[in-house]
Write a protein that binds this ligand. Structure first.
Ligand code: SAH
Ligand code: TYD
Length: 408
């Protein structure tokens, strides 16, 4: 996909910055694949009309989401707890009193959330195109169909299961450029009183913390309440609540219904006011963000160059999707990072996208602690700091880059 019109409202858009040539963020690869590696130019724009922050180019969906998808939701204990809580909230509050309700979740991955519906005997369906993670969901007792959700998929679901009471999506709506087909599908699939609950990394946090690593191939959008509300308004729907989340370094959970079906909360109105005060539609806001990204890149590069000159050992902690943007935008190589430690078996023994830094099992980190660990999974800081007391006790230090570049 390449565009110069807004994917949400069709207004002309132009890029305010480029993160340069970027590979697939989850495209961990083997040496025989190095010379065929795919790159695209990661240019970003923000629509001055509707506020949608977006990529102007994105790889085809089958290139990113397939039977070799490398992201397994269940690798973080914190996320497992987060989604158990959300599942319980939906069952206890949203579906309470509904006769034989149906919950549909798109991008259910390994079933991290839907398995709780399965356990409780609540009718549910997961839609998950990446066959390997969908197979794990199945083995967790989740009812899942392995395909991309869109309008045609919604029609098939209705034929087989009837309409849904709740439509759920976590960290997937922001992956999908064909949003109009998704929302048309939602409109058909949802019962008149049904609700959409979805969450994604929040543009407000990305701008505030300069967490530009949230921009990568899969994240075609970074949403705000303003842009989401503008998008759904075209289809007679509205955001009636918005709840900030700590996950992924700052996310927003959106609650959406058909217009006028539910009272708007004070929180959603307050959040829209905040976004207005941040000038979320103004080019000056994104010009400032571009300068902040460049400074963050230069600061990180200079710390790593200094440590290299001093002969210090630095490893990367967690081969996250986000790390692909950092590594390629900052031009980091094995000169700076000896290897990246990661707990996901499918990533281990492979090389990082673009710069080909080896990815090794977590045990390699434990075997011989480095002097410094560059924390690519800062969004799981609490969980990781609790786990790595020994590393720190032996003098190991962290290199952080969100919200500021620093050693701690
Ligand atoms: N919800 C999980 C997984 C997020 S990763 C979590 O928050 O941890 C995004 C997932 O969305 C991937 O598993 C990908 O295969 C899936 N996906 C991408 N496009 C999709 C589409 N059109 N319909 C359904 N799922 C999709
Ligand atoms: P996450 O921030 O969810 O990744 P993404 O940027 O792709 O959304 O982090 C998940 C990755 O981090 C996954 O590859 C496993 C790895 N990880 C570790 O290696 N150790 C850990 O303690 C944690 C929490 C994650």
């Amino acid at each position: 996909m390449k565009t110069n019109i807004c994917l949400a409202c069709d207004a002309p858009v132009s890029s305010f910055m480029s993160f340069g040539p970027q590979p697939l963020a989850n495209g961990f690869l083997t040496p025989d694949q190095f010379d065929r590696e795919y790159f695209f130019e990661m240019k970003v724009a923000s629509c001055a009309k509707c506020g949608m922050f977006q990529l102007l180019e994105q790889p085809d969906r089958e290139q990113m989401f397939n039977q070799n998808y490398a992201f397994f939701s269940g690798t973080s204990r914190g996320m497992a707890m987060h989604f158990e809580q959300l599942a319980n909230d939906v069952m206890q509050h949203v579906l309470k009193g509904t006769n034989d309700p149906l919950a549909v979740e798109i991008g259910c991955n390994d079933g991290i959330m839907l398995k709780h519906f399965a356990k409780a005997g609540v009718r549910h369906l997961g839609v998950e195109p990446s066959a390997n993670v969908a197979a794990v969901a199945k083995s967790n007792g989740v009812n899942v169909v392995s395909r991309f959700f869109d309008e045609a998929c919604a029609e098939d679901i209705i034929r087989q299961y009837g309409q849904a009471d709740v439509f759920l999506a976590a960290n997937v709506m922001c992956h999908i450029p064909y949003m109009h087909s998704i929302i048309k599908g939602i409109q058909k699939l949802l019962k008149p009183e049904g609700v959409v609950i979805f969450e994604d990394p929040y543009l407000g946090d990305v701008l505030e913390f300069t967490s530009y690593d949230q921009v990568y191939d899969e994240h075609v959008f970074l949403f705000s309440v303003t842009s989401v509300n503008n998008l759904f308004a075209k289809y007679g729907m509205e955001v009636y609540d918005a709840q900030p989340q700590e996950t992924h370094g700052g996310s927003m959970r959106y609650f959406i219904c058909r217009r006028g079906r539910r009272p708007m909360t004070k929180a959603v109105l307050a959040q829209m006011d905040k976004e207005k005060a941040w000038n979320i539609l103004s080019p000056a806001t994104y010009e400032r963000f571009r300068r902040n990204c460049e400074k963050s890149r230069d600061d990180l590069k200079s710390i790593l160059e200094n440590l290299r000159k001093k002969g210090k050992r630095v490893i990367g902690y967690a081969a996250t999707s986000k790390s692909t943007t950092i590594i390629n935008y900052c031009g980091l190589t094995t000169d700076h990072i000896e290897f990246i430690s990661d707990t996901t078996p499918i990533k281990q023994g492979k090389f990082s996208p673009g710069k080909h830094i080896p990815v090794k099992a977590y045990e390699e980190f434990q075997k011989k602690y480095p002097d410094y660990a560059l924390l690519f999974a800062y969004n799981h800081s609490k969980e990781i700091m609790a786990k790595e007391k020994d590393f720190m006790g032996r003098g190991g230090q962290w290199i952080m880059y969100v919200p500021q570049v620093k050693i701690q």
